[in-house]
Structure formats: C-alpha cells, structure tokens
Design a protein around this ligand. Structure first.
Ligand SMILES: Nc1ncnc2c1ncn2[C@@H]1O[C@H](COP(=O)(O)OP(=O)(O)OP(=O)(O)O)[C@@H](O)[C@H]1O
Ligand SMILES: [Mg+2]
Length: 485
C-alpha cells in the first residue's frame, strides 16, 4: 500500500510514525513521572510526618509515665507540671496526625483507635483527678497497650512508605523499559522505513537510469514501466513520451536523408553522364582547357555521388541491424578480404596495410555481410585518418578474458582525444578538424557499434602510446559440439 503513495506522502507517514512513537513514549513517561511525584509527595508530606510525630507521641507517653512516677515518689509539683506538658503534647501530636490527609483508611482508623483509647481513659478517670493528684494516671499494662498501638500504627506507616518506594521503583523501571522499547521500535521502524522508501525510490530510479542510458546509446525503443502511483510513474510517462517523440523525429530524419540522397542521386548520375558525353566529344569538339575543367567537374560529381551512396547505404543499414542467422566465419579470412577490398583506397592515400593473422584461430560467429561492413568502416577510417607513408596494422587476438576473438585495427594518425572516445560512436559525430576536408557523414562507427552489440560483442578505442589510435572489437567464437563417442 505504501508503495502506491507519493514520495512526499511516504516521508510524511514515516515522520508521523516517528512522532507517534516519540510522543507516545514521552506521554507514557509523563503519566508515570506524575504518579511517582504524587507518591513521593505523599511520603514527604504525610508518611514522614507521621513517622516523626508518632516518635514524639511515644516520647510524650514515656515522659508522662516517668513524671507521674517521680511525682508520686517525690511529691514535687514540678513533676506534675512536666506530666501535664507531656500530656498536652501527646494530645496535640495525636490531633496533628489525625489532621494529616491520610489516604489509607485503615491507617486513619488506627490513629482514631489510639485517640479513642485516650478519650475512654479520660472519661473513666476525669482530668480533675490528675490535677488533684488523687489518681495514678495509669499502670504499666496500659502504657504498654498504648505504646503497642502506636508502634503498630507506626509500622503500618513504615509499610506504606516501603510500598510507595517499591511503587516508585517499579514506575521508574517501567519508564526505562518503555523508553528502551520506544527507542528500539523507532530504530527498527527507521531502518525498515529507510529500506522501504529507498527501495521504492531506487527501483524506479534505476529503471529511469537504464532508459536514459538507452537514449544515450540511441536506443529509443526502451519503454520504462513503473506502476507505483507516485511522481516516478509520472516521470516515466514523460520519459516514454519523450523517447517516443525522439524516435519519431529520428525516423523522420533518417527517412528524409534517405529520400533526399535517393532524389539527388538520379539527377546527379545524368549530370555525370552528360559531362562524360561532352568530355568524350560526342556532342562536338572540346578544347584542352574545357576538357580540363570538365574532368574536374566529373571527378567532383563522382565524389558527391559516392558520398550519397554511402549515406544511403548507411542509413538503410541503420534501420536494419538485426542478427538473423550467424554463421561460423574465419577471422583471418575476413581481414584478408577487407584489406583486399580497401587496397586501392590505401594506395591512393599512400598508406600500406599489414596483416597479423592468428594461427589456428577459432571460427567466430556472425553475419558475414555485417561483420565485413564493420571491418570496412574501421579499416576505412584508419586509412582515411592515417598520415601519409604509414602503415595500418590489422591484428587478430585471442581474448583471454572472454570466450571470443578480438580484432585490432591500429593506425598512425592524429589519434582521438580521450574525452571524445564516447562521442565518436554517436550518430553523425565528426571531429571538428575533419568536418571540412574529409569525406564522411559520421555514421560508420555508430553502425559498427550496433552490429557488434547485436552480435554480443564489444567495441572500443584506445590511443596508442606513440602515435594514432587502435580500435578493438570482439566477436563470440563458434561453440564446438562435443563429439559423440
Ligand atoms: N582512426 C581514426 N583516427 C582519428 N579519428 C577517427 C578515427 N576513426 C574515427 N575517427 C573520428 O570519429 C568520427 C566518426 O567516425 P565515423 O566512421 O563514424 O564517421 P566518418 O568516418 O567521419 O564518416 P562515415 O564513416 O559515415 O563515412 C570521425 O569523423 C573522426 O572524427
Ligand atoms: Mg568512417
């Protein structure tokens, strides 16, 4: 489902998820911290006070008892006063405890019972009796009973403190645990989110990259299929539109070039025929000067019509590069034939061709006509761009990295700058330096590249260490069927 969303929405969902985890963890911790602060408040404001007041309560009781005994023994009023002070203190502290906001009902009940014990006692032994010193205020059993009741109430209070501390401890552990879980989930979610989002971005990006690489290699038939309903599918649609448009433009251009060459070729041959008729004096005598200029015109017309033929051939070949039935071909034989066909061109250019055959070379698989076309294009270039009185070397190499044969055509010309190596294989590319004074349309290498790729081989160029450059292309070798028996 996530893959069907736009990139912005996917990022927003991931961000929202993080916020949810972050605020969820923070909110949970906040609730726990609040509860902890309430509990610790209760310990500080209630339980601790009860601890200290109850201690004072016990002290008051002990003081009452001691002063009562001293008073009875020594009959000194001062001890009675001490007794009274301790008693009042006892009542005051007990009231203070009862006034505290006691949460636990049973605790309040315990202190109320202690208060009741005192009230019952004073009902049976009215205070006047203490004052008039008629009655002993209590006995040891009573004292022990009261002290015991206070101790029990104190113990309950201590238990309450312990419980509260356990609760605080539990909650703090809970906060740490939940924090860690939230942290773990967010890390896991971020990794998963990054994987999902990057996958959903990288996958279409790779498809677009492949499409763009196709366009840069003049492959306009590449259709990008992206089914995610996001910005990438829109980009893919725009890309497909563009390549379709480019293909149409390219077809129009090729058709135009083909029909133009064809249209020009026919009148051009009749012009050449007419000029030749004049030169041959079929139409009457021609003087020396006229003949000289007519010959120049005739050779220029021949040059233009051979250029047009080349243009027509290459543009027709361009649309028909297909592998139909590859057959085993002898590489040594191929270079021999190509050099023979280009011998006269080489002679005119004052360039010699040197062949370096490979002994017992395996057969290569290919379409004879097309492989020959590649050899003629590349050797033709080597002759065309070589400086005069140099040699073009054609070598057959066994390719060790790859199960195939490599053809190397090396010349001693100007070479090709490194940054132009990818450009020379593009359609109609011709270096600035050769555009004006050398024949050609810039299709030879492009067609050669298409043919070699259709054969499953590779083609590339390297500059020589000394002078000129070398073109390499590979072809697969024939796979020998295992002999039976
Ligand atoms: N051996 C070479 N030495 C130097 N430059 C070369 C060589 N081969 C090709 N080039 C450069 O690459 C360009 C393209 O070569 P390509 O064979 O495609 O076209 P062309 O020879 O100019 O024309 P066409 O082959 O269509 O008649 C050439 O114009 C030239 O600039
Ligand atoms: Mg060429």
């Amino acid at each position: 489902m996530l893959l069907k969303l736009g990139i912005a929405k996917k990022l927003f969902i991931l961000f929202f998820f993080f916020l949810l985890i972050f605020y969820g963890t923070v909110f949970e911790s906040f609730i726990n911290v609040q509860a902890m602060s309430k509990t610790s408040d209760r310990i500080v404001s209630v339980n601790n006070q009860i601890t200290s007041l109850s201690k004072k309560l016990q002290d008051s009781l002990m003081s009452m008892d001691a002063n009562d005994k001293k008073f009875r023994l020594l009959k000194k009023k001062v001890y009675f006063n001490y007794f009274e002070t301790a008693r009042k203190d006892y009542i005051k502290k007990l009231d203070q405890i009862l006034n505290l906001d006691l949460k636990e009902k049973h605790l309040t009940g315990k202190w109320k019972q202690i208060q009741k014990k005192y009230q019952v006692y004073t009902t049976f032994r009215p205070l006047d009796n203490f004052i008039s010193m008629q009655t002993h205020w209590g006995d040891d059993i009573l004292l022990d009973e009261w002290l015991g009741a206070i101790a029990i109430a104190r113990e309950t209070n201590e238990n309450q403190i312990e419980q509260a501390l356990i609760e605080i401890n539990d909650r703090s552990r809970h906060i740490v645990k939940n924090g860690l879980i939230g942290f773990g989930i967010s890390i896991l979610a971020s990794i998963l989110g990054v994987i999902v989002i990057s996958k959903s971005i990288l996958k279409p990006l790779n498809k677009l990259k492949a499409g763009l690489q196709g366009i840069s290699h003049d492959n306009y038939n590449h259709v990008i299929q992206i089914s995610s309903n996001d910005e990438f599918s829109e980009l893919a649609a725009a890309f497909n539109n563009m390549s379709q448009q480019l293909k149409e433009d390219e077809d129009i251009r090729s058709d135009f070039i083909a029909s133009l060459s064809h249209e020009i070729r026919t009148p051009l041959s009749s012009i050449r025929e007419s000029v030749n008729l004049v030169i041959e004096e079929v139409l009457g005598p021609v003087n020396k000067k006229q003949r000289k200029f007519l010959r120049i015109a005739s050779s220029e017309i021949t040059r233009i019509s051979s250029l047009l033929n080349h243009l027509l051939d290459t543009s027709m070949l361009e649309s028909n590069v297909t592998m139909t039935q590859p057959k085993p071909l002898d590489p040594n034989q191929l270079i021999k034939e190509a050099s023979l066909r280009l011998a006269s061109t080489a002679k005119v250019s004052n360039v010699s061709i040197s062949l370096h055959e490979l002994k017992s070379a395996p057969m290569v698989m290919g379409e004879r006509k097309e492989v020959m076309q590649v050899l003629l294009n590349i050797i033709g270039n080597a002759i065309k761009f070589s400086y005069k009185n140099n040699t073009v070397d054609i070598t057959i190499l066994k390719n060790t990295n790859y199960d195939g044969i490599c053809f190397k055509i090396s010349d001693k010309g100007p070479g090709i700058p490194e940054e132009k190596h990818f450009l020379i294989f593009k359609k109609y590319y011709r270096a600035k330096e050769v555009r004006n004074h050398m024949d050609g349309v810039g299709l030879g290498l492009n067609i050669s590249k298409r043919i070699i790729h259709a054969h499953g081989g590779t083609i590339f160029v390297k500059n020589n260490d000394d002078k000129g450059c070398s073109f390499f292309f590979t072809l697969p070798v024939e796979k020998k069927k295992p002999s039976k028996g």
